[in-house]
Design a protein around this ligand. Sequence first.
Ligand SMILES: [Ca+2]
Ligand SMILES: [Ca+2]
Length: 222
Amino acid sequence: MIRLDKGFTLTELAVVLVIVSLLMGGLLIPLGAQQEIEKRRATEQQLNNIRETLIAFGTVNLRLPCPDTNNDGLEDVPCTGNAVQDGGLPWKTMAIAELDAWGGNWRYRIERGYANAITLKSLILQNGDDCFGLDSAFPGDCLDIRNNAGTRLNSDSEHPIAIIYSTGPNRQADGHNASYEAARATEPIYQSDVPSTSFDDLLIWVNRSSLITTLIARGQLP
Ligand SMILES: [Ca+2]
Ligand SMILES: [Ca+2]
């Protein structure tokens, strides 16, 4: 059919508008999902940097920092006398970024023996310190990390001496992490896994062996 005018009819215009809106809708949804993926990736990178910074702090000070329990960004020392060693990461003490990619504060907990230079050295030089044995200075502090199904992730040989986590997109502790915050008298069980509908925290831990390896490499231990 030959058209006499060069303009669009109303019907054509409507079709174009529908196509444009469908295209925009299709683009906007993946863009939001893509931003979440980027935030998760950035937070994972930050957590890895925090673990490196904690180990570096440990090699300089021969102990790990105490948690920040009054939210000023500075560690609250000494912390070996306080049985509740779950708090904020002392980001000012460690000279790191205060917040994760969603604007949440980092959570942090240590096994108290590793927050003091004297006890740290004796714990590290002690063979067979698996934390669950009688040798540990604070056996009640032994960190137990589980996945979404409840399976323990850390073996005895992979002895976690500190955990750090982001509360993720929902900005609140989930699963075992939430349970521990609600009832701190219980055994320190934490949770780490891929995101699900009920869990979106990102949690990593510092191994006793990785600290020992660095201390030996820097000549701080025989
Ligand atoms: Ca503080
Ligand atoms: Ca969360």
